[in-house]
Design a protein around this ligand. Sequence first.
Ligand SMILES: [Mg+2]
Length: 195
Amino acid sequence: MNIGYDLDGVVLKLGECINKYILDKYNHVIDVTKVEDYDDFITLIEGCKKGAVHDFSEGDMGHVQRVRPYEHAVDVINKRFSEGHKIYFITARYQEAPTLESLKNLGIMYTDIYFAHADDKYKVIKDLNLDFYIDDRLETLISIYERNIRLVFVIRDQPWNRNKDHPLHFVRVRSLTEYDYLIEKFLEMYRMTID
Ligand SMILES: [Mg+2]
């Protein structure tokens, strides 16, 4: 199987990292549970101090490397990789070197990684011929779906993607363990059809 993953908000806890950065630097606490739109996330950070987002993304790259993974994320990805599945990361980050370093330090195994603007991810995903893709930005998933690229669309549940309309067959999960369970179910069905 060709399995795709967004990084931040799916594999890695970017929210936690941004919170710590804003708290350390501006002594301001962000309540991510109140962020109802992905773009509000940015606005909310900017609300604490003009330019804070710019500081975060342009400043010390060390914080990018300090982002921690969600529980069990590394294990479920590495297990699928060791089984021979293709693991692709598609991220809207542009800090390539620190991101690669971070993945290496975390011991995450993968086939390849692509850096693309959130609204351009469909271009990468189309060429990869993915079977599954998970993202926490609903607008990104919809932009792929609207281009008639067919795969299993999975939303990583986050406050900024709740209470929004989306195609009924998008699957919502609360962890990569749930995502992996879904993949396992498809694999079981596939095995049954070739038996
Ligand atoms: Mg994300």
